[in-house]
Design a protein around this ligand. Structure first.
Ligand code: GLU
Length: 398
C-alpha cells in the first residue's frame, strides 16, 4: 500500500476555471460543437511588437538563467509604469517578475502566512484565492459583497471580521468574477480599517485597463497603504499574453526579499524570453489595451442585453474586467427535458454544456451559487452563438 499523499494538497480544490477551459478545449479538439466562455482569455493575438521582442531575445542568445526576481530592464520598466500610471514609486529591488499573476499571489501569501493566520477574501472571489490560502496553512475568511452594492464589501463589513488572527486582506479590483470596481472613496474607507487593524493588503490589479466607467485607483496609492501592500499585476489579460506566463508584484523591501528567496528556491524565474516579450509590451505602451477595452465594452453591452433577455431580467452592466456574473437562481427548481432538477449553478452549467455545448462557470466556484460567470473576452461570433445557446437551454426548462 503506497503511503498517503500530502493532506494539505488533498484538501484543496482544483481550479474550476482551468478545468472547464481544458474540458472545452478538449471537446473542441475532438470535433464537438462547443463554444467556451469558460476562461477569461482575450481572443486577440499577442501584438506583433511583443512577438518581435521575443524573437529578438532568442536571436540574441537571451536563453540562459536570469536573476530569480527577473531581468533588471523589465523591473525598471515596471517601476516606471507604476509611477506614471498608479502614482506608486518603487525601486527595481522591490519588484519580482513571476510566472503569471497567479504565481505572484502564491508568492505573496507564502511570504505572509503562518499556520492559522486569517486572510480576508471579499466574496464573490476568484477561484484560486481561498485554495492558495488553505494550501499555505492559512484560514480564508469570506466577507460577502452584496448584490445591491454591486458585490462590493463595505468598511463596516470589513471591521466586523478583523481580530487578532487576521493577517491580510486579498483584494481583486476590478473584480473577477463580478466586474465590480471600487471607487477611491470606497478604497479610502477600506484602507482606514486595514491600517487600524494593522493588516497587509494583497491587491490583484490584473484587470486595471478594463474599466468602463470612472477611473481605476490602486489601493496602495492611498495614504499609509503602500508600506503594507503588495501590488500584483500581469501581462496575460492586458497584452493578450496568457500563455507566456508573465506577471509581477511590487512590495515593501523586506517582503520583496522574502519573495525573491521563495522564487529562487521554487522556480528560479519565469522564462527569460517571455520576460523580454513583457519588456516589449511595456515599451509598446497601453494604447492597444485601451483599444481592446472599447471592443470589450461593446461585447459587455451585448451580453448584458442578450443574457438579461434570456433570463427575463434587467441586468446591471459590470463596470470592469471582462466577465458577466449573471443571477440565475430564478431557474432553480425547474427541470431539464431529461427530467433532471436544476438545484444550483453547477447543475445549470453542466446541463448547458451537455445540451447546448456552451461552457460557462458556476458561481459556486466563486463563492456565490446564485450566479454563473460568462467571459466576454471572446469573438463576437462566439458571443452571439453563446447567447443563442444559453437562451435555448433556459427556454427548454420546465
Ligand atoms: N483568470 C482567468 C479566469 O478566471 C483564467 C483562468 C484561471 O487562471 O483561473 O478565467
Amino acid at each position: 500500500m503506497p503511503k498517503s499523499l500530502s493532506n494539505r494538497t488533498l484538501n484543496i480544490a482544483a481550479s474550476l476555471t482551468v478545468a472547464i477551459d481544458s474540458l472545452a478545449k478538449k471537446m473542441i479538439a475532438e470535433g464537438k460543437d462547443v463554444v467556451s466562455l469558460g476562461a477569461g482569455e482575450p481572443d486577440f493575438p499577442t501584438p506583433e511588437p511583443i512577438c518581435k521582442a521575443a524573437h529578438c531575445a532568442i536571436d540574441s542568445g537571451k536563453t540562459r538563467y536570469t536573476a530569480p526576481v527577473g531581468i533588471l530592464e523589465l523591473r525598471k520598466k515596471i517601476c516606471e509604469k507604476l509611477s506614471k500610471e498608479n502614482g506608486l514609486r518603487y525601486e527595481p529591488e522591490q519588484i519580482t517578475v513571476t510566472s503569471g499573476a497567479k504565481h505572484a499571489v502564491f508568492n505573496s501569501l507564502a511570504a505572509l502566512i503562518n499556520p492559522g493566520d486569517e486572510v480576508i477574501i471579499p466574496a464573490p472571489y476568484w477561484v484560486t484565492y481561498p485554495e492558495l490560502v488553505k494550501w499555505l496553512g492559512g484560514v480564508p475568511v469570506f466577507v460577502d459583497g452584496l448584490q445591491e452594492n454591486d458585490f462590493k464589501i463595505t468598511a463596516e463589513q470589513l471591521k466586523k471580521v478583523c481580530n487578532d488572527k487576521t493577517k491580510a486582506i486579498l483584494m481583486n479590483n476590478p473584480c473577477n468574477p463580478t466586474g465590480s470596481v471600487y471607487s477611491r472613496e470606497e478604497l479610502e474607507a477600506l484602507a482606514k480599517v486595514i491600517v487600524e487593524n494593522d493588516l497587509y493588503c494583497i491587491s490583484d490589479e490584473v484587470y486595471e485597463y478594463f474599466v468602463y466607467q470612472g477611473t481605476f485607483t490602486s489601493i496602495a496609492s492611498i495614504e499609509r497603504m503602500k508600506d503594507r501592500s503588495i501590488v500584483i499585476n500581469g501581462f496575460s489579460k492586458s497584452y493578450c499574453m496568457t500563455g507566456w506566463r508573465v506577471g509581477y508584484d511590487a512590495s515593501p523591501a523586506p517582503i520583496a526579499k522574502i519573495i525573491g528567496k521563495i522564487q529562487g528556491q521554487a522556480t528560479h524565474h519565469p522564462s527569460n524570453i517571455a520576460q523580454y516579450a513583457a519588456l516589449g509590451a511595456l515599451e509598446m505602451g497601453n494604447a492597444e489595451s485601451l483599444k481592446m477595452r472599447e471592443v470589450f465594452r461593446k461585447r459587455r453591452d451585448f451580453m448584458v442585453s442578450k443574457i438579461g433577455d434570456a433570463l427575463g431580467q434587467k441586468l446591471r452592466a459590470p463596470e470592469g474586467a471582462f466577465y458577466l456574473f449573471a443571477p440565475v437562481s430564478s431557474v432553480y427548481g425547474q427541470s431539464t427535458p431529461d427530467g433532471k432538477t436544476i438545484k444550483g449553478s453547477v447543475d445549470l452549467c453542466e446541463y448547458i454544456l451537455e445540451s447546448q455545448g456552451l461552457a460557462i462557470v458556476p458561481g459556486a466556484a466563486f463563492g456565490n451559487d446564485n450566479c454563473v460567470r460568462f467571459s466576454y473576452a471572446a469573438s463576437d461570433e462566439n458571443l452571439e452563438s453563446a447567447c443563442r445557446r444559453f437562451e435555448a437551454a433556459i427556454r427548454s426548462l420546465k
